[in-house]
Design a protein around this ligand. Structure first.
Ligand code: LLP
Length: 467
C-alpha cells in the first residue's frame, strides 16, 4: 500500500484512502447560502464556467487548492463548485426569459441532497424517474409542484407516492402505464396530471446507449399512436391531460435533431387542439451536450433562439429537463496516484479512483480530461493509461495520456459533475467516495465517505444449520 496516508484498519476504511475524521462526521449542507455566491448571469458561453482554475501552479476549486481538499477529506473525492452550479442553472433559466417556462433539473445526473437543495433554492423544478428520486427531492426541500415524473416502468407504489406529493406531471410512456395510473388515481380519489412522452423517431447523433428518441428505443409512445392515446386519456375521469413531452437523447451537440423532433411534436399539439384537446405545456426534455474533449456544444443562445422561433405565437408553457448541462462541468473527481508502473508497451498510472467511481470511460468509451493538480516540468512527461485498482482490464479512467507524474501526485479527472457519483457502485467492495462542495474559500462535506462496515449493513449470513 502506497501513498494512502494512515492506513486505516479494515473495519473502518479498508479500500478507501486517507479516510479522515471529517469523512466520518455527517454532511454539512444546511447553511449553504445560495445568495452569497450568486454570480451575475453571464453572457452566453458554450457551456458553464468551470470553477476550476490553476492559481500559482495549483488547480483550485474556486478559492480552495485541491491539495487542501485531499488533505482534509481524503481521496478519491468528488469536488464541486457551487458557483459553477449556480451559474449553469441561472444561464439555462435566463435563456428563456420572457417565455413562460420551468427548468426541471434531471436529477439522475447528480442526485446528492446538497446539490438538489442548491437547485431548489434557485427555483428549479425536478425531473425524476423513481420513487427514490421523489423522496430525495422531498428530503432536499424541493417543491413537489415542480416535479415531472419520467420513466418507462413506474410501479403502482411510485405512482401513488407521486400523486400524494402533488407533482406537476406524469410523463406517461405507454398505453399500459396510462391504464395503471388511471386506476391508481381512481383508487386514491385523486386526478393524475399527465403528458405523453412521444417518441419523434429522430436520430440525436449521439452514443447509441444514450439515444432515446429513435423508433427502436424503449422510451415514449410512437407519434402515430399518441393521438388515440390522448383521446382515451381525455375521457378518463381520474386523468387530467396537461401536456406533451419528449427527450431524444443525451450529450447532443447538434440543434437540428431538436428542431425536427419539436416540430413533429408541435404538429401533433395542433391536431389535438383542433379536436378540443388543448395542452398547457410542452416539455422539450434535456440532452444538451457539454465539452469533454473537443466537442462544440450547442450554445444556449442558439438553442433558445430555435425554441423562440418554434414557439412564436404559441401559448404553452415550456418545460426543460437538463441534467448534464447543469452539473457536468461543475465537478472533478480528485484522485491520487498510488503506483507508477512502466510497461513494455504501455505505462500505467494506478490511481485510487476506479471504474466504480467513474464508469463513463469503461461503459461509453467516454473521454475525460485528466490534469495534474500541481503541474511538474513537461520534460518528465510520458504516455500513461490512468487506471484504477479494480480487477478488470476495463477499469480505466483515461488511456494514452501525456502526463508528468510521480507516485503520490494528485490528479483531477474533469467534467465529473454529471453521471459520475450518480453511477458509482461498490464493485470490488470499494466504499463509495465522499463529495465536497466548494463555495468561495469554504469546502463543505456533502457526503461522507462510506465505510466498509456500512457495505455489510444490509447483508445476512446463512442461518445456523442444526447439527
Ligand atoms: N430527461 C430524461 C427523461 C432523461 O432520461 C434524461 C437522461 C434527461 C432528461 C437528462 O439528460 P441530460 O440533459 O443529462 O443529457 N449516463 C449517461 C447519460 C444517461 C442519460 C439518461 N437520461 C452518461 O453518462 O452519458
Amino acid at each position: 500500500m502506497r501513498h494512502q496516508g494512515a492506513a486505516a484498519p479494515c473495519a473502518e476504511g479498508c479500500g478507501d484512502d486517507t479516510t479522515t475524521a471529517a469523512d466520518r462526521q455527517s454532511g454539512n449542507t444546511a447553511d449553504n447560502d445560495v445568495t452569497r455566491t450568486a454570480a451575475a448571469v453571464v453572457g452566453d458561453r458554450p457551456h458553464a464556467v468551470s470553477g476550476f482554475e490553476y492559481v500559482d501552479g495549483e488547480l483550485h476549486a474556486e478559492d480552495v487548492p485541491l491539495s487542501k481538499v485531499a488533505d482534509e477529506f481524503g481521496t478519491p473525492c468528488y469536488v464541486y463548485s457551487q458557483d459553477s452550479l449556480t451559474t449553469a442553472y441561472r444561464t439555462y433559466d435566463a435563456a428563456f426569459d420572457g417565455l413562460p417556462h420551468l427548468v426541471c433539473y434531471a436529477m439522475k445526473a447528480n442526485p446528492t441532497l446538497a446539490i438538489l437543495d442548491l437547485f431548489a433554492r434557485l427555483g428549479s423544478g425536478f425531473d425524476i424517474v423513481s420513487g427514490g428520486e421523489l423522496a430525495r427531492v422531498i428530503a432536499a426541500g424541493g417543491d413537489c409542484r415542480k416535479i415531472v415524473f419520467s420513466g418507462v416502468g413506474k410501479s403502482d407504489a411510485e405512482m401513488e407516492a407521486a400523486l400524494a406529493a402533488g407533482i406537476l406531471c406524469f410523463n406517461v410512456e405507454s398505453a399500459s402505464e396510462l391504464e395503471h395510473l388511471a386506476a391508481v388515481a381512481a383508487r386514491t380519489g385523486l386526478r393524475a396530471p399527465i403528458s405523453f412522452r412521444v417518441n419523434p423517431d429522430v436520430d440525436p447523433l449521439t452514443h447509441p446507449y444514450i439515444a432515446t428518441g429513435l423508433k427502436e428505443s424503449k422510451f415514449g409512445v410512437a407519434l402515430a399512436d399518441a393521438h388515440a392515446l390522448y383521446r382515451r386519456a381525455a375521457q378518463m375521469p381520474s386523468i387530467a391531460v396537461r401536456g406533451i413531452d419528449m427527450h431524444i437523447g443525451s450529450q447532443i451537440t447538434e440543434l437540428a435533431p431538436y428542431r425536427e423532433a419539436a416540430s413533429r411534436m408541435l404538429a401533433l399539439v395542433d391536431e389535438l387542439a383542433a379536436e378540443g384537446i388543448t395542452l398547457e405545456h410542452v416539455d422539450l426534455g434535456g440532452g444538451l451536450g457539454i465539452r469533454y474533449r473537443d466537442e462544440v456544444p450547442v450554445t444556449l443562445a442558439a438553442y433558445a433562439t430555435m425554441v423562440r422561433a418554434l414557439f412564436a405565437g404559441r401559448r404553452e408553457r415550456l418545460l426543460f429537463e437538463p441534467g448534464r448541462r447543469l452539473v457536468g462541468d461543475a465537478g472533478v473527481l480528485l484522485t491520487r496516484v498510488r503506483v507508477v508502473k512502466p510497461g513494455a508497451s504501455r505505462n500505467f498510472a494506478v490511481v485510487d479512483a476506479a471504474m466504480n467511481d467513474l464508469l463513463r470511460p469503461s461503459l461509453y468509451d467516454a473521454w475525460h480530461a485528466v490534469d495534474p493538480v500541481r503541474a511538474r516540468g513537461s520534460d518528465a512527461a510520458r504516455h500513461f493509461d490512468v487506471v484504477g485498482p479494480i480487477c478488470e482490464s476495463g477499469d480505466f479512467l483515461a488511456l494514452d495520456r501525456e502526463l508528468a507524474i510521480a507516485e503520490g501526485d494528485l490528479l483531477a479527472v474533469r467534467t465529473a459533475g454529471a453521471y459520475a457519483m450518480a453511477m458509482s457502485s461498490n464493485y470490488n467492495a470499494r466504499p463509495r467516495a465522499c463529495e465536497v462542495l466548494v463555495d468561495g474559500a469554504s469546502a463543505h462535506l456533502i457526503r461522507r465517505r462510506e465505510t466498509v462496515a456500512e457495505l455489510h449493513a444490509h447483508e445476512l449470513r446463512l442461518p445456523t444449520r442444526p447439527h
